[in-house]
Ligand binder design. Sequence first.
Ligand code: BG6
Length: 475
Amino acid sequence: MSLKKDFLWGGATAANQFEGGYLEGNKGLSAIDVIPNGKDRVVVMKGKMKVKQCYDEHYYPSHEAVDFYHNYKEDIALLAEMGFKCFRLSIAWTRIFPNGDEKIPNEGGLRFYDDIFDECLKFGIEPLVTITHFDVPMHLVNTIGSWRSRVMVKHYEKLCKVIFTRYKNKVKYWLTFNEINMLLHLPFGSSGLVFEEGENEEEIKYQAAHHQLVASAKATEIARRINREFKIGCMLAGASTYPYSCDPKDVWKAMRRDREHYFFIDVQSRGKYPNYAKKMFKRMNINLKIEDGDEELLKNNTVDFISFSYYGSRLTSADPEINTKTAANLFPTLKNPYLKTSEWGWQIDALGLRITLNALYDRYEKPLFIVENGLGAVDIVDENGYVEDDYRIEYLRQHIKAFKEAVEEDGVDLLGYTAWGCIDLVSSSTGEMSKRYGFIYVDKDNDGKGTMKRSKKKSFYWYKKVISSNGEDLS
Ligand code: BG6
């Protein structure tokens, strides 16, 4: 079995890292728009420092990002030139409902996405839409505490009804929440949660997770009513956790680490809270408020496919003496002596992608979709805007080989692959521009200076060939 003929090759972006135009067309303020660059960024994202607004002394990378808002025609034409079959983007909630709690949606915001989808469809590019990618209206953070409140489910439902109805003939593939498991690690950055002194943070996070899981099931229910052809997916920050050694204690710890992530997908795909989670809640003194009807809703509205991001595997040990940590997209991990790392310390492990695909397929037996993968690297650009990014090509080549093996040798059902940040965009974890993933270079630096001009890197031509050969030619 080789890749399907209609395999969805493409690239992925998120509104807050890509669009800019943060208050244009009546857009409201999103939580992500108040997250500054610099040393406080991760502290704010973790919900440890409260911010309610923007301050003049800070630089906020989401405000202008790389200005897809004004460049979308040129950008989509470039993606089409590469032969994209699919383009993953997210809807900024605050373009549709600027405060989140209005009754009537903002027509300007709806029209913006109409134009984008029309432009994609003109080139035969299938849009893959993330309903929320680290995106919450700031007004709902300030008034109801975001996802800690059950009322969020209603606001989210309203958003889904509006966009599903409006785009029912333009969009088929939807993801309900980007990296839903990130809620546990970046509670403000991903879900607008902040904590008061002395609160049971774990309980608040899991309650918010319950609200998102209910909202996701509601979205699935509504979607099926509006268009039976829709395909609804969940989205996991994926990667298998390896045990540091064959000590059963390490193996056990790795299994438990994986469950922290699988927990969300277990509910979204199998339709119920797994027993291990119920026991964990008891141990952690977490009392979830589950309303009548929630369990049935979860059971009856499981996802059609499972999507995930993959940047590298994780490693854990039960021995506290072993503590050589490295970065892994804000997840805790030890440094794996067998793996090289990126300039940001993320471990590079192409075989780990095959392992993760197999683990997910064995567990859920549903079609999978790799919706993020790539190498964040510093690019050296010449005077013509050209970047010789052989390191990126090599990373992608190895990862594409790995997922092809998962399909061809192991029988995994894979719908597509959208490489992260296909056009350079703002890094989510660091706010930098210098952490680049794209096939297309954008002239902008970490302080927001630059012409914003787009130019093709070497990887642009390479990926074009990969797509046109449906992954057969990786040379
Ligand atoms: C994922 C997110 O966690 O990783 C993206 O869904 C993010 O929004 C990507 O950009 C890569 O992370 P970073 O920090 O390199 O931008």
